[in-house]
Design a protein around this ligand. Structure first.
Ligand code: ZN
Length: 148
């Protein structure tokens, strides 16, 4: 099995068995994002720890294409229970990978299964699908911190 097929398997697995799907209570920030070109939609909720340095719980509900759904599942895996500092690094790495046209050596430490999405970076129309959950999460965090 070559790398492309392996990556497709990873994406398909997240699409078929999404991790952490379903909105949870309580939450301090919520954000709903839509990708009109594809029809993907996601709502993300964030609950921060008391010191506001860590994501105590992130949850989401989403509909749409396999790329957007797999991306949300991967985002959950990489972000849930981790620090905001880690979120900034991870979302920055993911964004850089998506803007790289596929010429990039992503950090597996940061992105986990997210590295499987590198192929998506070659398809401009699908980049928004992959970024949707990360953008919604970023927005929900800003709201949870009371900055919006
Ligand atoms: Zn899509």
């Amino acid at each position: 099995m070559n790398l492309t097929n392996m990556y497709q398997e990873v994406i398909l697995d997240h699409y078929k068995s999404p991790r952490g799907k379903g909105l949870k209570e309580p939450f301090q920030g919520e954000s709903h994002h839509v990708n009109p070109t594809c029809g993907d939609e996601i709502t993300v909720r964030v609950q921060l720890t008391d010191d506001k340095k860590k994501i105590e719980k992130i949850s989401y509900e989403s509909t749409g294409c396999s790329i957007s759904q797999a991306s949300a599942s991967i985002m959950f895996e990489q972000v849930d229970g981790n620090s905001l500092e880690n979120f900034d690094k991870t979302s920055g790495e993911f964004l850089a990978m998506m803007q790289s046209k596929g010429i990039f050596e992503p950090s597996e430490d940061l992105l986990g299964d997210g590295i499987s999405m590198i192929g998506v970076a070659q398809y401009p129309a699908r980049i928004k699908c992959a970024l949707l959950s990360w953008m919604a999460a970023k927005d929900a965090i800003i709201r949870a911190r009371g900055e919006k």
